[in-house]
Write a protein that binds this ligand. Structure first.
Ligand code: TRP
Length: 329
């Protein structure tokens, strides 16, 4: 039997190439070798009070984008967290065995509390137990997450182990972190910075059209060119070559690398090549995003079927949990 994998996706806006070559690609690879389930964490987004009209919209966008990238709902059901109310019951039980001391030590809580001092709410405080419920309701073994989720994952393992200990059972597996960052290609920024990120404002989005992509690439930061043969590339140039690695063929990479080495490189040509090759990566995804966004019925159907699968898995867990705790099944 394939190992159970669960991961949550924060609906924080449009996906960019950094997301695509990071989390998204690894999810797509994992769906072939694991028993995967993905969900859009819209409840978690309430910690910052989004506008009601934005809630469904952002869930729908992120769903369309993940599907366009290649999440196959037949292999890996994808659902919207708020469609599966079972999670809340487990969240309550887990909260009863989680201590305010340990929740208060979570650095993401402390950071958020600093950022929104007039809204340090209990939901923010118990973010880790909701996340633990997301995972434990499916009795998942592995959770693909970034490094920033280490403490939340530690809390999820504590929740599992503590429940097992309190009730003298071996019911919940302790979910392991599965770092996709380790194998994932780090996509650099176009502004010479090391990383493409939304807050950095240096992104190429999966919904960008060819013209936008080309314009962004042509504006990328460069230097004065190589000063001597076979010299080391400074970071801004290394970044451009990383784009070739990501989107171009080996031949293309070698061609420009030789041009760098013999000092005949023209950055204009290099950028044009990068723009062309990135457009070729993004265009088919963009078209699929548009297709999904134009088909609300299909999106709803996929989300509903995903929720049914998730509910099935969660309610099986909860039946056992209720009986272990002493409630009627
Ligand atoms: N906390 C995760 C993030 O910020 C999102 C998330 C919520 C999650 N529930 C989860 C991730 C369960 C993995 C498993 O990215």
């Amino acid at each position: 039997m394939k190992e159970k994998v669960v991961s949550g996706i924060r609906p924080t806006g449009f996906l960019h190439l950094g997301n695509y070559f990071g989390a998204v690609k690894s999810f797509i690879e994992m769906q072939n070798s694991y028993d995967c389930m993905f969900f859009i964490a819209d409840w978690h987004s309430l910690t910052t009070r989004p506008k009601p009209e934005d809630i469904q919209k952002s869930a729908r966008v992120i769903l369309a984008e993940y599907l366009a990238c290649g999440i196959d709902p037949d292999k890996a059901p994808i659902y919207i967290q708020s469609d599966v109310k079972e999670t809340l019951e487990l969240y309550l039980y887990l909260n009863m065995n989680t201590y305010i001391g340990e929740l208060g030590r979570v650095t993401t809580f402390k950071e958020k509390a600093r950022k929104q001092p007039d809204n340090v709410n209990a939901g923010l405080f118990t973010y880790p137990t909701l996340m633990a419920a997301d995972i434990l309701q499916h009795r998942a073994k592995k959770v693909p997450v970034g490094k920033d989720q280490e403490q939340n994952m530690e809390m999820a393992r504590k929740c599992a182990a503590r429940f097992n200990r309190i009730y003298g059972v071996e019911f919940f597996p302790e979910p392991e972190n599965f770092y996709f960052n380790a194998q994932a290609l780090k996509v650099p920024g176009l502004d010479g910075s090391g990383k493409m990120g939304k807050s950095e404002g240096n992104c190429i989005y999966l919904h960008d059209d060819d013209k936008t992509i080309t314009k962004k690439v042509m504006k990328a930061v460069t230097d004065n060119g190589p000063q001597s043969a076979n010299s080391e590339k400074p970071e801004v140039i290394e970044n451009l070559f990383t784009f070739l690695k990501i989107a171009s063929t080996q031949d293309t990479y070698d061609y420009f690398n030789e041009k760098w080495n013999d000092c005949s490189i023209r950055y204009g040509d290099l950028k044009k090549q990068i723009a062309t090759d990135l457009c070729a990566v993004v265009a088919p995804i963009r078209e699929k995003i548009q297709e999904y966004m134009g088909n609300a019925e299909l999106l709803d159907k996929i989300a509903r079927e995903g929720a049914d699968r998730a509910r099935e898995s969660a309610s099986a867990t909860l039946q056992e949990v209720r009986s272990i705790i002493g409630f009627r099944k």
